[in-house]
Ligand binder design. Structure first.
Ligand code: PLP
Length: 461
C-alpha cells in the first residue's frame, strides 16, 4: 500500500461493488454503467418512515440515539456479508491479495469525502484507538502534561490519565473546566489562552470537535491556533464529525484529526480514520499495534495489524455511496437539523424545560441536549459522575427504564448535576419519535416513586 494517491484510489474504486437503495448489490462496472446514471433511475425513499424500511431497526421502536453506535442500512450490511463470504471462500486470496486493493480504494473514497489527501489518512477501528495511538506514542518528557477539558469524551479522558500515570517521565493530565451556559466561542478560546499561559508544561492538547455527551461544536480552529502558539501538539477528537459537519480539515490545522465512520457514515462497526497533518509531521506517530510491516511505510504499518476483519473499513466506501444515493450530505444535513430543531422546541414546550445554553454556532446539527422535567426517584438524586465511572449512574438507569417500559432509546446524560437527554436524529426519524419520547418522560414524571433494588428496578406506577 505504499505511496497512495487519490487518483489510484478512484481507479481501484471502479472495481468496488456498490449497494443500491433497494438492497441489491450491484457492480457499476460490469452491470449497470456509471453510478451517476444509475442514481437518476432509482427512486429515493422519503426520509422518515419510508427510508426507515431500508434500516434493520426493530419495528415500532423509537431510536433517537444514532450518535452512540450508528446504524447502517440493510444494503451496506448485505455488502459486508458478501465480503465475508468472499473472505471465507479463500482466506489466502483475501488476506494476501484482494483486501489491500479494497482498502486502498476505500481510503481514497473516505479521504475524498472528508476533503483530505489519502496520503495523510489512515484507517483504524475507532476514535478511542486513534486517541490512544497518539497518547501512547507521544514522546513525553519529564514534567510534561496532556490537557483535556471537562467535556472530553469519558474513554479518552480515562486513556489520557492512564497514559500519563504510566509514563516513566512523570507526565500528568490536566483538565480545563468548561461550564454552562457558554456565552460565546470567544469565551472558550480565552479559557485555553489563559490556561496555557499558566501551564507551559502542556505539550499535548486533546479537544473534541463535537463534544459527547453534550453535543457542543467547539471552535477547534481557533483553539488549535492558541495551542500551537503555546507550543502544544493538538489531537482533535472528531468522532461525530464525518457525515455530520463538512469542515476544512487542513484549514483547522490540528496535528491529528480523527473521526468515526460507523456513526454518521452508515457503515459497519467499527471504522474510523486518523488524519496526520502533512505540514506538521511527527516522526513518532506510529500505529498502536506493531506488526509485520512496521518497517515499511506508515500505510502498510496501519494497514496490517495482524490477522483481523477489515471489512468494516472497506464498507465505509459503501456507506459514502449510500449517502450519495439518498441525495447527499447537504440533503441529510437539512432533514436532520430541521427535525432536530422542531423536535427540541416541542420537547421544551411539553416538558417546560430548556435545551443546553450555548451560542447558535456551537449547536451540532444532529444532536441536542434538553433538560428533563422532575422524575421522582431520579431527579432527586444529585450525582456528579466521576470520569472514571463513565458507565454508572442514575442517568443510565433512567435510560434503561425508558427502553424497557416504552421502547424509547435516547441517551440520558448528566450535565453538572442535572439530568438531561441527548436527542440524536437521523434520516429515519420523524416527529412521531420525538412525541413518543416526550410522552414517555411525562408518564415517568407522574409516577409516585421508583424504587431501585439490587435485583434491578421495582417499578411503582
Ligand atoms: C467525542 C467522542 N470521542 C470518542 C468516542 C469514542 O468512539 P468509539 O467508541 O467508537 O471509539 C465517542 C463516542 O461516542 C465520542 O462521542
Amino acid at each position: 500500500m505504499a505511496s497512495l494517491k487519490n487518483e489510484e484510489a478512484v481507479e481501484t474504486s471502479n472495481h468496488m461493488e456498490k449497494c443500491s437503495l433497494n438492497g441489491e448489490v450491484t457492480n457499476n462496472v460490469t452491470h449497470n454503467g456509471p453510478a451517476s446514471e444509475r442514481n437518476k433511475l432509482e427512486a429515493v425513499p422519503e426520509f422518515g418512515n419510508e427510508i426507515r424500511k431500508e434500516f434493520m431497526l426493530r419495528p415500532n421502536s423509537v431510536f433517537l440515539n444514532h450518535g452512540s453506535y450508528g446504524s447502517m442500512p440493510r444494503c451496506v450490511h448485505e455488502r459486508q456479508v458478501r465480503y465475508l463470504v468472499e473472505m471465507e471462500s479463500h482466506p489466502d486470496t483475501w488476506f494476501r491479495y484482494n483486501m489491500y486493493g479494497y482498502m486502498k480504494a476505500t481510503i481514497g473514497r473516505v479521504a475524498e469525502f472528508m476533503g483530505i489527501r489519502m496520503e495523510d489518512t489512515f484507517m483504524l477501528q475507532n476514535v478511542t484507538k486513534a486517541a490512544n495511538t497518539v497518547l501512547k506514542t507521544f514522546p513525553f518528557h519529564s514534567g510534561d502534561a496532556v490537557l483535556v477539558n471537562s467535556l472530553t469524551y469519558g474513554a479518552v479522558n480515562v486513556a489520557a490519565r492512564a497514559t500519563t500515570a504510566a509514563s516513566l517521565n512523570g507526565a500528568q493530565t490536566l483538565s480545563l473546566d468548561i461550564n454552562f451556559p457558554i456565552n460565546s466561542e470567544d469565551e472558550v478560546v480565552q479559557k485555553y489562552e489563559d490556561f496555557l499561559k499558566q501551564h507551559p508544561e502542556v505539550k499535548l492538547v486533546i479537544v473534541d470537535h463535537i463534544t459527547s455527551p453534550t453535543a457542543v461544536v467547539m471552535p477547534v480552529k481557533r483553539i488549535v491556533h492558541v495551542c500551537h502558539a503555546h507550543g502544544a501538539v493538538v489531537f482533535v477528537d472528531a468522532a461525530h464529525v464525518p457525515g455530520q459537519l463538512r469542515p476544512n480539515i487542513q484549514d483547522i490545522d490540528a496535528d491529528f484529526y480523527a473521526g468515526n465512520l460507523h456513526k454518521w457514515v452508515f457503515c459497519p462497526r467499527s471504522a474510523a480514520i486518523i488524519w496526520r497533518n502533512p505540514s506538521r509531521q511527527h516522526a513518532w506517530f506510529r500505529p498502536l499495534v506493531t506488526s509485520a510491516f512496521e518497517h515499511r511505510g506508515l500505510h502498510e504499518a496501519f494497514g496490517y495489524e495482524g490477522t483481523k476483519d477489515d471489512i468494516p473499513y472497506i464498507c465505509a466506501a459503501n456507506g459514502i455511496e449510500y449517502i450519495n444515493r439518498v441525495g447527499g450530505l447537504e440533503k441529510i444535513n437539512e432533514y436532520n437539523s430541521t427535525l432536530l430543531y422542531k423536535g427540541v422546541t416541542y420537547l421544551e414546550e411539553k416538558w417546560g424545560t430548556k435545551r443546553l445554553q450555548v451560542p447558535d454556532s456551537m449547536h451540532s446539527l444532529y444532536q441536542c441536549i434538553v433538560a428533563l422535567p422532575f422524575i421522582p426517584g431520579f431527579s432527586d438524586f444529585k450525582e456528579t459522575p466521576a470520569v472514571t465511572q463513565v458507565f454508572m449512574g442514575k442517568n443510565l438507569e433512567l435510560q434503561k427504564l425508558l427502553l424497557d417500559k416504552f421502547d424509547v432509546q435516547v441517551a440520558v446524560v448528566y450535565v453538572g448535576q442535572e439530568l438531561m437527554v441527548r436527542v440524536s436524529v437521523s434520516i429515519y426519524n420523524t416527529m412521531d419519535d420525538i412525541i413518543r419520547l416526550a410522552d414517555a418522560v411525562l408518564a415517568l414524571t407522574k409516577t409516585e416513586a421508583l424504587f431501585i433494588s439490587d435485583a434491578g428496578f421495582i417499578r411503582v406506577f
